[in-house]
Design a protein around this ligand. Structure first.
Ligand code: APR
Length: 230
């Protein structure tokens, strides 16, 4: 493509014709030579040459992409605070396999929910790493508590990232099953279990996006961060 100048709408393409606006992973546009046609520049686009892929126009595809992103931003919220105070249908607990009150967020949830939660957890017996179980919320503002057991970080040698992703997926499976509309997550595994918070955050957001893209009835997923760094 000799006259190749890229797109004024998203500002640039790679030389191979792939759009790189924002996040290349999310833009499904490939403009290969031979599959493109010249289209008229839009007003205010000056003389920039824009190529349109065969099929759907790049403008409608970018509109779709931005609209999805906007909707996504409205459905994902990150706050600093205490998860036990959140007015949501369900909160997620970063639990241990015995489901008993420990320290961290787990201890806070058990203290705020009261003994009813511990009794129900005793009946559930155990929850294995990566799995999720649901109980009532008792004295919490939330109706449900989803308990999930994150991986203990061991330097990434045991595919801990896969287990953490599994935690989110299993929580979302319960969210769907119980028709929960709003849910708050703590930062699973990044406290006592030592998972690096930057890596964990990427997994949390990627799994949440994936879930929200296919589930349109969940209204809000909140990430409640207890400390600023998280
Ligand atoms: N609200 C929100 N987040 C909280 C709260 C709270 N009230 N209290 C603590 N946190 C944060 C921590 O600061 C950390 O960022 O939750 C994150 C997860 O930390 P942990 O609770 O230690 O959870 P995790 O790393 O998954 O370890 C689980 O810790 O307490 C034990 O019984 C628990 O054995 C299990 C282990």
């Amino acid at each position: 493509m000799n006259n190749y100048k890229g797109c004024n709408y998203c500002l640039h393409y790679r030389r191979d014709g792939t759009c790189v606006a924002f996040d290349p992973g999310f833009i499904p546009i490939t403009i290969a030579s031979g599959q493109t046609k010249h289209i008229q520049p839009l007003p205010n686009q000056g003389n920039t040459i824009v190529y349109e892929p065969a099929g759907k126009s790049i403008f409608s595809r970018l509109d779709e992409y931005w609209m999805n992103n906007k909707l996504m931003r409205e459905r994902i919220e990150v706050i600093e605070g205490d998860i036990t105070q959140q007015q949501v249908d369900a909160i997620v607990n970063a639990a241990n396999e015995s489901l008993m009150a420990g320290g961290g967020v787990c201890g806070a949830i058990h203290r705020a929910a009261g003994l009813g939660l511990e009794e129900e957890c005793l009946q559930l017996k155990v929850c294995t790493e990566g799995d999720a179980k649901i109980t009532k919320g008792y004295n919490l503002p939330a109706k449900w508590v989803i308990h999930t057991v994150g991986p203990v970080w061991e330097g990434g040698r045991y595919e801990e990232h896969k287990v953490l992703a599994q935690c989110y997926r299993n929580c979302f499976a319960l969210v769907e099953q119980y028709k929960i509309k709003t849910v708050a997550f703590p930062s699973i595994s990044t406290g006592a279990y030592g998972f690096p918070v930057e890596k964990a955050a990427k997994i949390a957001v990627a799994e949440t996006r994936r879930f929200l893209e296919r589930n349109t009835s969940v209204e809000k997923i909140m990430f409640v961060c207890y400390e600023k760094q998280t």
